[in-house]
Design a protein around this ligand. Structure first.
Ligand code: SF4
Length: 462
């Protein structure tokens, strides 16, 4: 870490100590310092934080105090330093430098599957069936992180399989790379007292527990008793004052229940700090396209998550409908990539076509591989950021990219042709277009600056 990074880290550590001495008074003083220090940068974010700090009617007024009061001080400091300083203030300029130097995308985060194994047998998931045949070894994951840090990447997100099948290795990686943030999607059932204690010790591991909705919905898909085990895990995390969130997928079948007041409030009551919503993706030969939300259903979710985010003290992200905040599709290494348990480097966690395997090439070589360069050269796939995806909303794009680059399917169980994949989203894309264009126009009227976002993003990353 260079001198300026060390100073920044030291600054945030001191700021956290100062905050905890007298939170009510000192958070306002720290905000005054942030306004001076930022010199005009991040104006809307700073305005929103100040509003939340100072106005009891703001939904995040209580949320911020809940975090300061209920998250272990050392855990919050470690995550704040690793996320704000290392992954952003330190990491971003290194990523930018490497983007310019190498003329390819350099991501902000790496998603990786430590294993294809899972301890559950969820409907529609192949992981348990495929068992533990595929694993990235400890040394392979360690090597990916070391390569990533050289490129400025300090954010690592585990997907799977069930990542916690490898929980001993994941803790060792947290220890070894204590300057990174590790977030893990998990079914939560392998979080026991011992693991929660280990999380508290290493401080830089944040789980996002998958729920399908209430007990009946979760157990219906994941198996009897899974909801109880997941909520028990949350109790263990809560007792140790750890940071955790939820991930939920919305479909045509559950879009109302999963965004209902009751469900949202139950997560607040369980002490979750964030929820990450995902749009159902009909990926794989056995996918069920009838679970794709229709335009009315997706529009309902679009409004509903925005409303919940602005009125309730639980931070919600909507992976598909929030593309406007990140300049469209973030895959292909633009902001992230995905490495599966076989080492295949995929452009997206949902798009399993690749020309590169991390066992045969470096991370940088994978970022320069044909499908990644096709993403780099063709982004954004649509100027309407409510139609960001080359597969879901612009299926011709992924079909052309895969055919042109010769990328092969990396699905370990049942390789799917790109024509088969795109046939499931053609009607969806066509049907969504009118609603998406209307919503986008309305967004532009509210925030005219959005019109240039896609172009700006394109320039930022060549
Ligand atoms: S490829 Fe599609 S699903 Fe993946 S990040 Fe881009 S928009 Fe999202």
């Amino acid at each position: 870490m260079n001198a300026s990074a060390t100073l920044k880290k030291f600054g945030i550590e001191q700021a956290m100590k100062y905050l905890y001495k007298e939170p009510e008074k000192n958070m306002r003083i720290l905000m005054d310092w942030a306004d001076k220090f930022c010199k005009g940068e991040f104006p809307s974010q700073r305005k929103a934080i100040r509003h939340a700090i100072e106005n009891p009617e703001d939904p995040y007024y209580h949320y911020i105090r809940h975090m300061i009061r209920d998250v272990d001080h050392e855990v919050l400091s470690a995550v704040a330093v690793n996320f704000f300083i290392n992954a952003n203030l330190v990491g971003w300029p290194i990523q930018e430098e490497n983007r310019k130097k190498h003329h390819c995308n350099i991501p902000w985060a790496i998603l990786l599957d430590p294993t294809s194994a899972c301890n559950l047998h969820c409907t529609g998931c192949w992981a348990a069936e495929y068992g533990n045949k595929l694993n990235l070894t400890f040394d392979e994951i360690d090597n990916i992180i070391q390569q990533g840090k050289e490129l400025g990447i300090y954010m690592y997100i585990y997907t799977g399989g069930e990542p916690l099948v490898r929980k001993a290795d994941l803790i060792k990686l947290c220890e070894k790379h204590n300057d990174c943030v590790f977030l893990s999607f998990t079914n939560g059932t392998l979080i026991d007292e011992k693991f929660a204690d280990e999380m508290l010790r290493v401080k830089n591991f944040v789980p996002a527990i998958s729920l399908e909705g209430n007990e009946a919905a979760t157990d219906g898909r994941r198996g009897s008793g899974v909801f109880g085990k997941a909520t028990h895990a949350m109790e263990l995390l809560h007792e140790r004052k750890l940071l955790y969130g939820i991930s939920s997928c919305y479909t045509s079948a559950n879009y109302k229940s999963i965004t209902s007041d009751e469900y949202y409030q139950s997560l607040i009551d369980m002490g979750a700090y964030f929820i990450w919503y995902f749009h159902y993706m009909p990926v794989g030969n056995d996918a069920a396209p009838e679970l794709l939300p229709n335009p009315e259903q997706r529009e309902y979710v679009y409004h509903r998550i925005r409303e919940l985010r602005m009125t309730r003290p639980l931070f919600a992200m909507d992976f598909q409908n929030d593309a406007e905040f990140v300049g469209g599709c973030i895959a292909g290494g633009k902001r992230y990539l995905h490495i599966n348990a076989n080492g295949d480097v995929d452009p997206c966690v949902f798009i399993h076509y690749s020309n590169a395997n991390i066992r045969e090439c470096t991370l940088l070589e994978a970022l320069k591989s044909p499908i990644f360069m096709a993403y780099h050269d063709n982004m954004p796939f649509n100027d309407n950021m409510l139609r960001p995806c080359p597969m879901l909303e612009n299926p011709k794009c992924i079909e052309e990219m895969v055919k042109k680059t010769g990328a092969h399917s990396t699905d370990p169980m049942s390789p799917e042709s790109v024509e088969h994949l795109c046939a499931k989203t053609c009607d969806y894309a066509e049907n969504w277009k009118a609603a998406a264009d209307r919503l986008w126009e309305e967004s532009l009227e509210r925030k005219p600056g959005l019109a240039h976002k896609a172009e700006d993003e394109r320039k930022r990353t060549y």
